[in-house]
Ligand binder design. Structure first.
Ligand code: SF4
Ligand code: SF4
Length: 165
């Protein structure tokens, strides 16, 4: 498995993101038959080549959305009240979602790219990058956003593009 070179990834994304987004819009408007299965197969190939511990770009550049249950679980794990946890680490955005105040995420260990609350991390983190959802077509807007941050999603779209050419 190759280590991820984020500098190279950013360069590739800058060159290809418009074409990739157009491709995803086409899938959104006219989903081909078997789209969910094609995504599952492409996803399996992606993880054979992707080493998240050499990347952690999601934790460095994006914030998970914290559910109420996440906040209760993580604050309890840290021995804090939910209120103190929110006050210290989170803010509420204009649609009412709780997000990290800062990036990189305060729970990312930048020495080894590991999550210091891995076992109790937000559900959003556990499910990221959301590649194999039922009704993939509903996730095209998520991929359009994430191809700029997540090398695994970039590869997924690349493989789907090859497959559906
Ligand atoms: S909680 Fe952990 S997995 Fe989630 S963004 Fe922070 S460091 Fe990454
Ligand atoms: S999920 Fe994507 S952005 Fe996050 S570490 Fe893995 S490849 Fe990198």
């Amino acid at each position: 498995m190759e280590k991820i070179n984020l500098r190279l990834f950013r360069k590739k994304t800058a060159n290809n993101k418009s074409a990739f987004k157009r491709f995803l819009t086409r899938l959104e408007k006219q989903p081909p038959r078997g789209l969910d299965r094609i995504a599952v197969e492409a996803d399996a190939l992606v993880w054979q080549e992707t080493d998240c511990l050499s990347c952690a770009n999601c934790c460095k550049t994006m914030s998970p959305t914290y559910t109420k249950q996440d906040i209760v679980r993580i604050s309890g794990h840290l021995g804090m009240s939910a209120e103190a946890f929110k006050e210290k680490y989170l803010y509420k955005d204009r649609i009412g979602d709780w997000l990290n105040k800062k990036t990189p995420c305060q729970f990312l260990n930048l020495e080894d790219n590991k999550c210091s609350i891995y076992l109790v991390r937000p559900r959003d983190c556990a499910g990221f990058p959301h590649h194999t959802r039922r009704r993939m077509v509903d996730y095209m807007h998520v991929f359009k956003q994430n191809i700029e941050y997540c090398p695994a999603t970039y590869k997924l779209v690349e493989k789907m593009k090859e497959r559906l050419r």
